[in-house]
Write a protein that binds this ligand. Structure first.
Ligand SMILES: NC(=O)c1ccc[n+]([C@@H]2O[C@H](COP(=O)([O-])OP(=O)(O)OC[C@H]3O[C@@H](n4cnc5c(N)ncnc54)[C@H](OP(=O)(O)O)[C@@H]3O)[C@@H](O)[C@H]2O)c1
Length: 301
């Protein structure tokens, strides 16, 4: 929901819950937690459903990766979301930043992103574990970590990451740690032009247009099942046991993206879709392309 007008975010959350979605993904960095919380609150009031029916995920910003920062920023997120706890709290990126302003999520000093080169992932993970003990989150996990970073955390963790949220789709079948549930961040690949996604322009360097949705193999499989390319791509992930979290503000797409349970891809179709893997070339989050990230000892890839 990044770069989406806040009113539209609230409406999209309500539409998604009405359509049967129960997993809502947001982040402090998306600057939309109030709008997500409003949508959730409206829906709970209108339907009389209980909070426990919805699985709410938010993420620790890079500017909160220090002792005391994790609790401070999780409490801020909970206040914005109007919730007493989240179901899952993720470390958004394995790289910390230093900011004097809690609203400045990409702090710049002398024209450079003010990266914290001393980011200590183990110390941050210890703080994440405390959040679970405090009952502020039901489970904890990571996002955009490399396999060595996952191993580093798992080697010392009292509570292992239950989820790893990473970019995964038919063009990028990257290897990730199998010990955590895998959640894909870009199941379809972004179709919005980068300038509209203002908050992410520093991270989303490469823009892979709807290339994947228009791929002839994907379209052929879609035709065979009388579904859309997006539904094929989502089903492709679901059938591999990956949790897909598609984003849409378009009501018809919100409904269609959750309608992937009435057809199954054959082994041949799965193999054909797997063959679309482009390896590292298929990645749209090119972390190592940015000097401020590349030079950090915890740059993920
Ligand atoms: N952890 C991280 O670092 C990270 C990074 C990025 C994203 N995420 C999370 O990952 C999730 C999805 O991410 P995303 O927005 O980057 O990518 P996405 O879900 O792959 O793509 C979203 C784009 O596809 C369009 N779309 C959705 N359904 C469609 C359909 N059926 N047909 C055609 N186009 C369709 C949407 O347009 P409309 O909205 O206009 O319909 C939107 O522009 C979000 O929950 C996000 O929070 C996490």
């Amino acid at each position: 929901m990044l770069g989406v007008p806040l009113e539209q975010v609230t409406q999209a959350v309500e539409a998604a819950l009405d359509a049967g979605y129960r997993h809502i993904d947001t982040a402090y960095n998306y600057l939309n937690e109030e709008a997500v919380g409003a949508g959730l609150r409206n829906w709970l009031e209108e339907t009389g459903k209980s909070r426990s029916e919805v699985f709410v995920v938010t993420k620790l910003p890079m500017i909160g990766m220090y002792e005391g920062g994790v609790e401070k920023f999780l409490k801020k997120s909970l206040e914005k979301l109007q919730l007493g706890y989240v179901d899952l709290y993720l470390i958004h990126l394995p790289v910390g930043m230093k900011s004097n302003d809690d609203n400045d999520i990409f702090p710049v000093v002398n024209g450079q992103i003010n990266v914290d080169f001393a980011t200590d992932l183990i110390a941050v993970w210890r703080e994440m574990e405390k959040m679970k003990t405090l009952g502020l989150t039901r489970s904890i996990g990571v996002s955009n970590f490399s396999i060595p970073q996952m191993r580093k955390i798992c080697a010392v963790a009292k509570v292992k990451p239950s989820v790893h949220q990473v970019e995964l789709h038919a063009h990028l079948r990257s290897k990730t740690c199998k010990s955590s549930a895998r959640v894909t961040t870009s199941p379809l690949l972004p179709t919005l032009p980068v300038p509209r996604r203002k908050q992410m322009t520093r991270l989303r360097f490469k823009h892979e247009v709807p290339e994947l949705l228009e791929d002839p193999v994907v379209r052929l499989v879609a035709e065979r099942h009388s579904v859309s390319s997006a539904q094929v791509l989502l089903r492709f992930l679901v059938q591999q046991g990956i949790i897909a979290i598609p984003k849409s503000v378009t009501p018809s797409r919100i409904v269609a993206n959750n309608d992937v349970w009435k057809f199954a891809l054959s082994d041949t179709e799965m193999a054909a879709l797997k063959s679309l893997d482009k390896g590292p070339q298929g990645r749209s989050f090119l972390f190592a392309d940015r000097p401020w990230l590349r030079e950090h000892p915890e740059c993920p890839a």
